[in-house]
Design a protein around this ligand. Structure first.
Ligand SMILES: NC(=O)c1ccc[n+]([C@@H]2O[C@H](COP(=O)([O-])OP(=O)(O)OC[C@H]3O[C@@H](n4cnc5c(N)ncnc54)[C@H](OP(=O)(O)O)[C@@H]3O)[C@@H](O)[C@H]2O)c1
Length: 325
């Protein structure tokens, strides 16, 4: 494992009264808090009692596994650092990691979500447990380089696990840059994302041309088209898949407000619509993990319950697609 620089020396950290985030089993350097908001200092993460209960899936390009339930940060993590919302997110992220989950997805253009996530990971000492995914979202090389420098500052780390080209933006420039960062050890994996059906054809074309480690795409009971487009190609090419918008950006909850769960839900261990929408996503065999967003600890706990027990049969998946079409 290559040695990596830290942003602040131990001496300068000591001068600010901050401790380094504790190192977990992983041998890579821990992230160094730059300026944590007014929260308790980092303490060692608690024993992970629930780790292992979540289903884990292998990333085809390496065989490394990640739990099937991850988290997104769009909207739900776009909060003020010095607000009560930050304390609520501290509870939420604790539920996430204590439950055995690891994968977080963010982006430099979700206003300040990456800065909030960086602060939360540092404050809780979670960075080494986190499989951290972010994006390149800029139009030229100079802007991409400046953005990556800012990303490291905001996430309080000098490397991520996954760097994705956001919505294929400026792909001809962004992809060579992503590959270069991977070669330099700044990211373990590189990927491509989209979130609209209208982007699936271009995403498939780019998957065939560039063979990314990961692809990220929208897939939900009311937008299941990826099962005909991106997902089979990912299986064919051996590309890991992250699912975004499994709740259609939250809109699905309004649709099920007065609806009862299918009679068979208990047979697959499902007790809420949130769990059912997530279980739908992870029941496709191409899917590596789903990354729902929430800023609430109760909803986070509920989401994690989708990551164990039986998956949905093809008939159950088809029934949901017909119901929400
Ligand atoms: N192009 C791209 O690369 C791209 C595009 C879209 C998304 N993404 C990634 O994918 C992640 C997920 O997508 P998304 O955030 O757009 O949508 P989503 O996960 O489908 O929905 C998130 C929304 O659902 C709400 N929610 C969660 N649980 C709920 C419950 N039990 N009842 C009612 N509302 C609930 C959340 O609000 P609360 O916080 O209040 O719970 C949030 O507003 C993003 O955060 C981002 O990381 C990437």
């Amino acid at each position: 494992m290559p040695s990596r620089r830290r942003f602040l020396s131990a001496a300068s950290l000591a001068a600010t009264g901050l401790a380094l985030a504790p190192l977990a089993a992983c041998s890579r350097d821990a992230a160094a808090p730059v300026s944590a908001p007014a929260t308790a200092p980092p303490s060692p993460p608690p024993a992970n009692a629930n780790a292992g209960t979540l289903i884990a899936r292998a990333i085809p390009s390496t065989g490394e596994t990640v739990p099937v339930i991850g988290a997104g940060t769009s909207g739900s993590y776009e909060i003020a650092l010095d607000s009560p919302d930050f304390a609520r997110l501290q509870e939420t992220i604790k539920v996430f990691f204590d439950g055995g989950a690891t994968l977080f997805d963010t982006a430099p253009n979700y206003t300040n979500a990456d800065e909030v996530l960086g602060a939360l990971l540092a404050a809780g000492g979670w960075r080494e447990r986190c499989f951290l995914a972010t994006k390149i979202a800029a139009d030229d090389r100079a802007a991409m380089e400046a953005q990556w420098a800012e990303t490291q500052r905001r996430l309080r780390t000098d490397r991520v696990e996954l760097l994705q080209v956001h919505n294929l933006r400026a792909l001809d420039i962004a992809w060579p840059y992503a590959r270069q960062l991977k070669q330099a050890g700044a990211t373990r994996y590189i990927g491509l994302t989209h979130y609209l059906e209208s982007g699936h054809a271009a995403l498939v074309e780019a998957m065939r041309a560039h063979r990314p480690d990961f692809v990220q795409v929208n897939y939900s009971v009311n937008a299941p088209q990826a099962a005909q487009t991106v997902l089979p190609v990912a299986q064919e090419l051996g590309i890991a898949v992250l699912i975004n918008r499994a709740f259609d950006d939250g809109k699905l909850f309004a649709r099920v407000k007065d609806m009862t769960l299918p009679a068979w839900a208990a047979d697959v261990g499902v007790t809420s619509w949130s769990q059912l929408f997530l279980k739908f996503a992870i029941s496709h065999p191409a899917v590596t993990a789903v990354i729902p967003a929430t800023g609430r600890p109760d909803r986070q706990a509920d989401q994690l319950r989708a990551g164990s027990g039986p998956l949905l049969s093809e008939a159950q998946q088809a029934e949901l697609v017909a119901q929400f079409a």
